[in-house]
Design a protein around this ligand. Sequence first.
Ligand code: NAI
Ligand code: MG
Length: 498
Amino acid sequence: MTKAKALPFARHKYADGSFKKILIDGKWVSAASGKEFESINPATGELLATVAEGSEEDIDRAVIAARRAFDGPWSKFKPFERQEILLRLADLVERHFDELSALDTLDMGAPISRTRGSRRRALGMLRYYAGQATSIHGETIHNSQPGDFFSYTLKEPVGVVGAIIPWNGPLGAAIWKIGPALATGCTVVLKPAEEASLTPLRLGELALEAGVPPGVINIVPGFGETAGAALAAHPDVDKVAFTGSHVTGQSVVKASAGNLKRVSLELGGKSPDVVFADADLELAVAGAAMGVFANSGQTCSAGTRLFVERRIYAEFVDRVAEFGKRLRVGNGLDPETQIGPLVSEQQLDRVTSYLDLGRQEGARAIAGGTRLKEGALAQGYFVAPTVFADVVDDMRIAQEEIFGPVISAISFEDIDELVRRANSTMFGLGSGIWTRDVSKAHRLAGAIRAGSVWVNCYQAMDPAVPFGGYKMSGYGRESGLQHVDDYLNVKAVWIKTA
Ligand code: NAI
Ligand code: MG
């Protein structure tokens, strides 16, 4: 075990080197088992902190606290008061943003330029949901039943929400669950990913400072198979909001069957990014490259199946490869770094095994294709931005989510055939279209089976625009007006007026 490095937020660390523990009912407590696990900086392989390892017992304690808060004090909060709390939390996140973004960088590796750059989105999201808190309303309905009736609907919080998040954007992912929960009057038990618990735990501290009452937000770090599975199966959790892999999503759905809790799933993808010969190619090169290489390919909607029109294929993929080779890969704390490490040794093994597989399948790595080990990079989990050319549709590197900086470049000729091929995937999360032809763009935007279509851009996001999947990329939408509906029940009330 390497020695824990001094963190920029030393005051959150206990004298024994451990980090903040588990947040239950407004208090920081140890795991029932007393166990802790290590959080590693993926850029250096060094120990950052030890984190309390929550298990079924801790999840149970947290759910009891969340239920008590839901039935008790929290239910008395007016929408306006919940809005004020969310706005105070947003102000605190803004004031501490440099610290939170550094914590994300240290814990999961993303370049500081990226984590700092997410400022507007994170704050925008909290303030958007704050706005939603006072905009939730039912309807009055004219019904046709004999006799005189007046009917209306009430929208009520669904109850205790289990939020299970991944490691690829810990701050944003936590806010994406906490925002709608607080806006609607739900309470939350949040289970961060074991690879990146530090930012969500710090967010928990800020939530208390913002005046979130005890039990409204509980945070239980721990492993997926234990803490995560216990939360997904818990009989007193009303809804699980899950973001992660489709395989884990399937076990969450199975675990939910016991009490038929509501589930929303934000899962992975193998998104098609389509470049036509008539596109602004300079824009398309950068967009196609960063649509995958950003965050070292660890984004759910990465445009990893790059379809390029045949007559520009060779030139275009060469330009994307050149773009990839010029990216500065390194420790995310360096402001010059564009591409950081992968999150963990496990993720490194997974991605490098796909690099080997790609070559075995007959694809040609025209950029990258290997782990990077020069100098200080050897200590971390770095993979070179990779472009595989000569990829055909049924190769595994064209079908499976790699979650690394790997582009599989495929050529196409005919647009109808392209639609069929672009949709030949079990996923349906993102998609990109690069063209100057507006008819082609609209036609394709309608034909692609995916939750988001980006035309002449990639991975644009906004709190007001819904995001989510078709097919095995999951169900439910995050962001947008509809998002809070996932956290609400609709009650119909009938009044006989005669
Ligand atoms: P994962 O889906 O297993 O982990 C995501 C979250 O689910 C974590 O908090 C984890 O602790 C929790 N979890 C794991 N098993 C669980 C269970 N049985 N019940 C309840 N919760 C559970 O993903 P992992 O293992 O971190 O990464 C593996 C692959 O999944 C990646 O290589 C990538 O392909 C994909 N992935 C996709 C993400 C996306 O946003 N689309 C995010 C993270 C991973
Ligand atoms: Mg870590």
